[in-house]
Write a protein that binds this ligand. Structure first.
Ligand code: NAD
Ligand code: DAU
Length: 352
């Protein structure tokens, strides 16, 4: 891979992936990061990478839904591989406003596939980053395998399912050298503070209520983001063409236990005299519509075939994550303020 196009590289997982990949000895190519900087995209996440690797990292602001932007980027940068992260990613937003999810997740993936198809033999690999939510919800027992039928329940997961089907179809119909991965819930540095873990960390720090949906007993499988990035890299390099790999942390937890553990870590790291435990801030609120009850991943395929295994467990990953948020108050203030949007417009202009 000489010129790897990473889409959505300014988001949570994409920026961690670029930070993970550039210093590696087994990757000597260039990364072209295409991102249109939605509310979830933050170009500043990679300022240090741009300085450290000026010849190997390029940022391009643009929309994956725009075929002219894609044609220009593919030809100007001589793209020979793609790792596709760009998406609208937050389930709650997909419930209140599904349009952007249909556009970016379905139409954007389609436009990218069309462009990749034009490369013919020059395309080495198209990796599509997807989610375990495409499989729907589990009962008390069982795990999602790569053979589990798709049953998406939210506009977000339906749009991701649709994009997965397009990627598979382009492999079968046009022979595109694709791989797919379906991963469980990630956590770690640079996650936008709307998702459960960073939201709870920040609210706990600020002594605000901690809103737990429904009875708090929905189960998610948690994976530290750098472990996900390493899995994607293993698939890009060693994964078999046309295959899907499930990725998970073997770390099933009820939401209420995740929130309690965050309270305890924040109490320990930031004790406040005279204040009761942060657990007292937990507030049960109305449930998310269509809320999936339980996800659990069988990741034996990637473990057995590619030798991947997570390096972090929940305790070690959470200690790093909470520590990162405590140390990066400036980042939090910037992404939550209008100041960052104004900075984007001075750097890149308003989106067309
Ligand atoms: P994110 O919301 O943090 O980042 C998405 C990035 O895509 C942002 O930088 C945004 O600006 C960019 N983007 C959005 N629309 C775009 C468009 N039209 N053109 C160009 N760029 C655009 O998301 P994330 O959590 O980093 O997720 C990345 C990918 O991983 C997504 O495809 C998501 O479905 C998948 N995934 C996420 C998780 C998770 O737990 N976060 C788990 C499994 C899979
Ligand atoms: O499973 C992978 C998916 O994980 C990814 O594909 C998505 O992009 C990612 O956002 C995530 O989806 P979830 O809906 O599972 O993540 P979220 O952080 O929004 O919520 C995690 C759980 O916590 C879920 O059961 C809803 C609950 N929740 C969430 C929030 C934001 C609460 O109880 N309170 C909250 O305030």
């Amino acid at each position: 891979m000489k010129n790897l196009l990473v889409t959505g590289g300014c988001g949570f997982i994409g920026s961690n992936f670029i930070r993970f990949l550039l210093p590696r000895a087994d990757f000597t190519g260039r990364i072209v990061n295409l991102d249109n900087l939605t509310y979830a995209g933050n170009a500043e996440n990679l300022t240090d990478m741009a300085q450290e690797y000026p010849d190997r990292y390029v940022f391009e602001r643009g929309d994956v839904c725009d075929p002219l932007v894609l044609a220009d980027i593919f030809s100007r940068h001589d793209i020979d591989a793609v790792c596709h992260f760009a998406a609208e990613s937050h389930v709650d937003r997909s419930i209140t406003g599904p349009d952007a999810f249909i556009q970016t997740n379905i139409v954007g993936t389609f436009q990218l596939l069309e462009q990749a198809r034009r490369l013919d033999d020059r395309l080495i690999r198209f990796h599509h980053v997807s989610t375990d939510e495409v499989y729907g919800s589990l009962g008390a027992a069982g795990h999602f395998t790569e053979q589990t039928p798709y049953r998406p329940n939210s506009p977000y997961s339906a749009s991701k399912a649709s994009s997965d089907h397009l990627v598979r179809a382009y492999a079968k119909t046009y022979g595109l050298p694709v791989t797919l991965s379906n991963c469980s819930n990630n956590y770690g540095p640079f996650q936008f503070p709307e998702k459960l873990i960073p939201l709870m960390v920040l609210n706990a720090l600020e002594q605000k209520p901690l809103p737990v949906y429904g009875d708090g007993k929905n189960v998610r499988d948690w994976l530290y983001v750098v472990d996900h990035c390493r899995a994607i890299w293993e698939i890009l390099v060693k994964g078999r063409e046309g295959e899907t790999y499930n990725i998970g942390g073997d770390c099933e937890m009820e939401n209420i236990d995740v929130v309690k553990s965050i309270c305890d870590i924040v109490d320990k790291l930031r004790p406040e005299d005279g204040q009761p435990s942060r657990r007292d801030l937990i507030t049960f609120v109305v449930d998310r519509p269509g809320h999936d009850r339980r996800y659990a991943i069988d990741s034996s395929k990637i473990r057995d075939e590619l030798g991947w295994t997570p390096a972090e467990n929940f305790a070690s990953g959470m200690a790093k994550t909470v520590g990162w948020y405590l140390d990066h108050g400036d980042w939090i203030d910037r992404v939550r303020s209008g100041e960052y949007r104004r900075w984007i417009e001075t750097q890149y202009g308003s989106p067309g």
